[in-house]
Design a protein around this ligand. Sequence first.
Ligand code: SF4
Length: 408
Amino acid sequence: DKSQSYISTPFPRRHSVAVDVGGVTVGGQAPVVVQSMTNTDTADADSTVAQVAALARAGSELVRITVDRDEAAAAVPHIKERLQRIGVDVPLVGDFHYIGHKLLADHPACAEALDKYRINPGNVGFKSKKDKQFSQIIEMAMKHDKPVRIGVNWGSLDQELLTHLMDENHSNGAPLTAQQVMREAICQSGLLSAKRAEELGLGRDKIILSAKVSQVQDLIAVYADLAQRCDYALHLGLTEAGMGTKGIVASSASMGILLQQGIGDTIRISLTPEPGGDRTREVQVSQELLQTMGFRSFIPIVAACPGCGRTTSTVFQELAQDIQNHIRESMPAWREQYPGVEELNVAVMGCIVNGPGESKHADIGISLPGTGETPAAPVFVDGEKTVTLRGPNIANEFKAMVLDYIEK
Ligand code: SF4
């Protein structure tokens, strides 16, 4: 059946139980939530406040912070308060490993200030000897009425569970490959811990699952399996995605396929930052992934042709970049000022071959003259040619027209 062999349109979203995270809904049929994580020392409240604010202003709808020791836990309520004072009320997620149970018990103000707790079942999970610690974190979540994310990571997978499944597979004549057993262990680690959390009294509407691996095919297989075996809200993310284009491509390839199948309620694209690089890049990439796939709109899109031998001038690339930068900088204000502005499509094209056609399909578009063409740039608004710009000021005049269009 051809319609089943090819995923030509997105599948309906998988049913998942909605979870409220500090006022942001994850799951149910809520739009896929963009989230990110700081890389500051949480005990350094100044740096953490600045980075959380930057991530939130870039569009991160949830921000996770590391809570790894007493000093970090003590700083959390101050960070929350300072963020609120500067008008940033993004929900904060605490990332806990090993001693999360102790930190939450010893720092009730931290437990209260956080909007969700991330638990790694590899180091405080059910089926491990540390089950008591897992139970304590769940009890803290119930006491403070907070949701949790049970976040499996194959780099810290519950070894006891993996060994048990390997032995079981071996005694059954090894019908599964080692890779399949590893995938099963990842799924089971999350599912068993979630089941245990429910047994302890945590509601299904307080549980989000994630199962991060670093290989694209493993990620797709693990989440496709999880999606069938439970209805918990799912947090998608490729771990150790890598630097630069590699991280972007691997994350987009894996998450794009899952999202197209209706799987995933929140995403985080974890990019290894370049030294001194901008942490907000991962938020931008997450937004662009969701927007280019047609799931959400965050910011007007500027379509530009790649350029070729028909245009030796760089005017159109500079104009496209200039407009995209201007839009990105203006968006925090525009979002309130001009509702719906994020749906806008702008086209900046390099010559007559595809320029007029593409520009007609945009809300506003310009076709700049290629090499040897008449130095005239027709502008199209809502599919109609309105004016032809000429002379050295084409870029500025078109930019003004875009701003005028947005205002109108
Ligand atoms: Fe080349 Fe013109 Fe196509 Fe741009 S629109 S890539 S300049 S042929």
